[in-house]
Design a protein around this ligand. Structure first.
Ligand code: NOJ
Length: 968
């Protein structure tokens, strides 16, 4: 039965203004956004004008080099506005990253310059060894084969490596920082040349007659702009920033998520563009988004990588306002991009690479690495809008257990709350929330409950009441009172998390014990974690379903200045609240829909309201890859598709996709039919059981991959260009990926009715089918592999050792003491390696050194005939890079956690690809072991060969100790 509040939501859905039924035309195109229109017009004019030269230049006399020498500042002028002053600052960081900042000086107002302070982990250290050299035409710095050149006139900044230009700013003269001005009566019309002058000459003439008008166009949308029924008052006038960023020697660009599109970004301008609109970054709640589009989605990361065989470089622009980015590929080997932001300073970081791992590390040093998630959060999450009562939750849990379907987390969507007053239980349907949670927690499971950012404006809601008293709510354009908008809770207001006064209060809300007279969530538990949705923010009756841009935040900044950062602050404060909730603290899990650069430090994301279609399944994979390379590794798409009722085949495929993504959650819209896996017919249910068990058996692989990402920033899911940066055959590929450094290659199947598919293999190593052990070889080719519904193309790259836990359990905490299986997949040289990371999965003790981090090595011995498989302590060898971005203060191999798992064994070692049957298998310095050998199958007469397989049964070694097995 549906709850009353559910009915309320349905009513709301049907009563919502037409704006809720968003279609593409509810979103601005570039030509409907004045600053984008101006920026794009500038680029069109620049392209049409052969002798156009950027008006911006540096005054060489103004160059000042700081005592530490790697920082430089200079005055910049525009020949069109000689009275307006700009300042350019360049800094070379210790790791070779170059920061380029430009701002207006002594302007009528101040531009928003705080985006970096939210995105960066810390102010980066400036190099102590790099010196700028001032010449007649430019100033340059050279280090590690890189030269950064700042040309004076026109201003042009280039990063070159070994003499080849890799990143160029303002190479096409599209830099334009619109300065602040006072509103004056309309200026004279741009003189247009008379007569039948051909278009190119016409433009030429305008340039000569009135270059200012040529450069800026007329006062198009400077002071006010209307879209649909909304008017943006724009009290600050024009302040946009246009900048061309070119990669003359890189044919592929990636990044700038989130968009539903290919990983290698298709062209948006020039000849034969795939898309005609620029990629837009403006966090948005787009209803029923398209599966192929440049439209903005929920999160924005202004980070672009350019890649070629020679190098990978990156550009990160710390800007929080709406940004549009055109991409062009003038040749197969070069890429252009044009960035147009509505407000803010220029704060661009040039990441010199030269490898993908280097750019990830450079970006991670700026904005942080993903923190190590709680281990249970890598299990399976069961969600739907909505489990309608506490008994509903209990019965769903019961059905999972009856059917032996593992699950770690049950989720509650908005209908748990009374009238969508988040935190407040709807007691009619959830009369006993604490008991319900205890029932879920019984075998270590968790709950995730939604907390949205809109607060119902009613005095009987303590959360709203207190926020109002504290005056921490976002203000309307007048700057007075509280902004009021419409969301699930009806008339609502939003906390302004930019206001420091909101921080401690928000954190106090999550305390599960009474805090004096202040309201806090006592009807909760330390095992309840949080889902932050609608934080773009979504405002049903706002322009483009969000807040008006002229709303006012703390410090007097307009919403336009911080829009893309806004959701991250909500997510951040919620995570901090969960950490502060218990003593000792536990790692928080927060799922966010909106995100910005830096969000990866805090929580997981998902790709929002996807559709139950094959196209959405496919693009979801690409989106998770794109988010991952931009830092947000912990991501996934709603399994099953949010909208629609997927047929069993699609649902099963979606489970495979989800089980092989970092974040694995099934979710469904309120109008969909129930689709928990136990409802499937046996033939499909048994496959989903297999899928879930695969996920649980692979948890050691996922957790180990997350450890690495938490230190290096290299994404958990690695596309081909990341794994094989020199193989250009792989650069466009975005439908398959590797999991961490494990050597596992995944090709999700996202088409209906297929029984086989192809997978691209870049290198010469053998690839072993994870399930059948068959060997595939590709070396720069696609190979055909089986892909019936009950299997997924999953391969172990030769040279890898995979650790799994193979005993089926109902939840991940029950697996703590289960033994490991090691799969040793030998490479062409008969060797392999792998690693395993474990800790308590919940607390921060891992940062003190309470960890187990092992290296497994299989090496040939005795003239190549034998094999030695050894386990050694990696944490002792590399305490500096142990985990979670922190060096271990002191590491003791007998730490408390290691002691707690010292009895956990390796129960099986499987070796694939031994050249011949061994004579003996024993523990080094110990007893003979029990083993079985299955000879390899020759490829002759068959499509593919199968390798030999040695199964060492129960070597009786602990996962925490050093040991070696000799295969001779
Ligand atoms: C929108 C979210 O994207 C969706 O996942 C959720 O179910 C609904 N809001 C209701 O909370």
């Amino acid at each position: 039965m549906r709850s009353l509040t559910t009915v309320g939501t349905l009513l709301l859905l049907s009563l919502l203004p037409a704006s809720f039924a968003v279609k593409t035309h509810d979103w601005k195109t570039c030509s409907q956004s004045a600053f984008c229109r101006r920026g794009r017009a500038l680029s069109e004019r620049a392209r049409a004008t052969s002798n156009w030269k950027s008006p911006y230049s540096i005054d060489p006399a103004s160059i000042a080099i700081s005592p530490e020498e790697a920082s430089l500042s200079a005055s910049v002028k525009s020949s069109l506005y000689p009275d307006i002053k700009f300042q350019l600052d360049l800094k070379v960081h210790e790791d070779g990253v170059v920061r380029v900042r430009m701002d207006e000086v002594d302007g009528l107002r101040k531009r928003y310059d705080e985006a970096a302070s939210w995105a960066l982990v810390a102010e980066p250290d400036v190099s102590k060894s790099i010196k700028w050299q001032v010449g007649k035409k430019d100033v340059r710095a050279t280090y590690n084969g890189i030269t950064v050149t700042v040309a004076f006139e026109p201003l042009r900044i280039a990063l070159s490596r070994s003499g080849r230009e890799e990143i160029v700013l303002n190479g096409q003269g599209m830099l334009h920082m619109e300065h602040f001005r006072t509103k004056t009566p309309a200026v004279e019309e741009t003189p247009t040349p008379e007569g039948e002058t051909p278009p190119e000459e016409q433009v030429q003439k305008v340039v000569e007659v009135n270059p200012r008008a040529w450069f800026e166009g007329d006062e198009d949308g400077w002071w006010e702009e209307t879209f649909s029924s909304w008017t943006d008052s724009k009290p600050k006038g024009p302040e946009s920033l246009s900048l061309d960023v070119n990669f003359p020697n890189h044919g592929h660009v990636y990044g700038i998520p989130q968009h539903a599109t290919r990983l290698s970004l298709p062209t948006t301008t020039g000849e034969n563009p795939t898309f005609t609109e620029p990629y837009r970054l403006y966090n948005a709640d787009v209803f029923e988004y398209e599966a192929s589009s440049t439209l903005s989605l929920y999160g924005s990361i202004p980070l672009m990588y350019a890649h070629s065989k020679h190098s990978t470089v990156g550009v990160f622009h710390a800007v929080g306002s709406e940004t549009w980015i055109d991409v062009a590929h003038p040749t197969e080997k070069s890429s252009h991009s044009h960035w147009i932001s509505e407000s803010g300073i220029m704060d661009v970081f040039l990441l010199p690479g030269p490898t993908p791992s280097d750019v990830f590390a450079q970006y991670a040093r700026l904005t942080g690495t993903p923190s190590l998630p709680p281990h249970w959060s890598l299990g399976y999450h069961q969600c739907r809008w909505n489990y309608v009562s506490s008994d509903d939750v209990r019965s769903v849990q019961k059905r999972f257990d009856e059917e032996n379907l593992p699950v770690d987390v049950f989720w509650l969507d908005i209908e748990y709350s009374e009238e969508h007053k988040y935190f407040i239980w709807d007691k009619k349907n959830f009369p006993d929330p604490v008991e319900m949670m205890k029932d879920v927690e019984a075998i270590g499971r968790k709950m995730v409950v939604i907390i949205d950012p809109h607060l119902k404006r009613t005095s009987d809601y303590p959360v709203y009441k207190k926020a109002s008293e504290l005056e921490v709510l976002v203000k309307p354009p007048s700057g007075q009172g509280e902004y009021e908008g419409w969301c699930w809770s009806g008339s609502s207001s939003w906390v302004d998390f930019f206001n420091p006064k909101s921080w401690d209060w928000w954190k106090s809300l999550f305390k599960t014990t009474q805090q004096g007279d202040n309201w806090s969530w006592v009807e909760s538990s330390d095992n309840v974690h949080i889902w932050n949705d609608m934080n773009e923010p979504s405002v049903f009756n706002g322009p483009e379903i969000t807040m008006p841009k002229d709303n006012i935040h703390y410090g007097g900044w307009e919403h336009r200045d911080i829009h893309n950062i806004n959701g991250m602050l909500f997510q951040n404060l919620t995570a901090q609240a969960l950490v502060a909730r218990s003593d000792p603290p536990k790692r928080p899990f927060v799922l966010t829909r909106s995100f910005f650069a830096g969000s990866q430090r805090i929580s997981a994301m998902w790709t929002g309201d996807n559709l139950g279609t094959w196209e959405h399944m496919a693009v979801g994979v690409q989106m998770v890859l794109a988010n991952g390379i931009a830092g947000m590794s912990f991501g996934g798409a709603d399994v099953g598709g949010f909208f629609g009722n997927p047929e069993p085949e699609m649902l099963v495929r979606w489970y495979w996709v989800g089980a092989l993504a970092p974040f694995f959650r099934a979710h469904a819209h309120i109008d969909t039919k129930r689709r928990e896996p136990y409802l499937l017919d046996e033939q499909y249910k048994s496959i989903v059981r297999k899928v879930l068990r695969l996920r649980y058996s692979m948890l050691p692989v996922w957790y180990t991959a997350f450890r690495e990402t938490s230190v290096t920033g290299v994404p958990v899911l690695r596309p081909q260009f990341v794994m094989f940066p020199q193989d250009d055959g792989g650069f466009p590929i975005d439908d398959q990926y590797y999991i961490g450094s494990s050597g596992l290659l995944v090709k999700p199947v996202v088409q209906q009715g297929v029984t086989e598919t192809t997978v691209y293999i870049s290198d010469r190593e053998p690839y072993y089918d994870y399930f059948t052990d068959r060997i595939y070889r590709g070396e720069g080719k696609h190979v055909t592999v089986p892909a019936a519904l009950d299997q997924v193309p999953l391969f172990i790259r030769g040279g890898s050792i995979i650790s799994t836990k193979e005993r089926p359990r109902r939840s991940s905490p029950l697996m703590k003491s289960d033994p490991y299986t090691l799969r040793v997949a030998l490479n062409n040289n008969g060797a392999a390696q792998g690693e395993l990371y474990i800790d308590d999965g919940e607390t921060y003790d891992h940062r003190k050194g309470d960890i187990v981090w092992r290296s497994f090595q299989a090496e040939r011995i005795k003239g190549g005939k034998g094999l030695r498989i050894a386990s050694t302590d990696l944490a002792a060898r590399h305490p500096d890079e142990a985990v979670d971005g922190v060096a271990l203060a002191k590491y003791n191999k007998k730490n408390e956690f290691a002691n707690s798992v010292s009895k956990v064994r390796v129960e099986r070692i499987i070796v694939l690809g031994l050249p011949e049957k061994p004579k003996s298998v024993k523990l080094e310095g110990g007893a003979a072991l029990v083993w079985e050998f299955i000879p390899g199958v020759s490829a002759q007469g068959q499509k593919y060969g199968g390798p030999s397989k040695l199964i060492v049964k129960d070597p009786d070694v602990s996962v925490v100790s050093d040991w070696a097995v000799l295969v001779e």
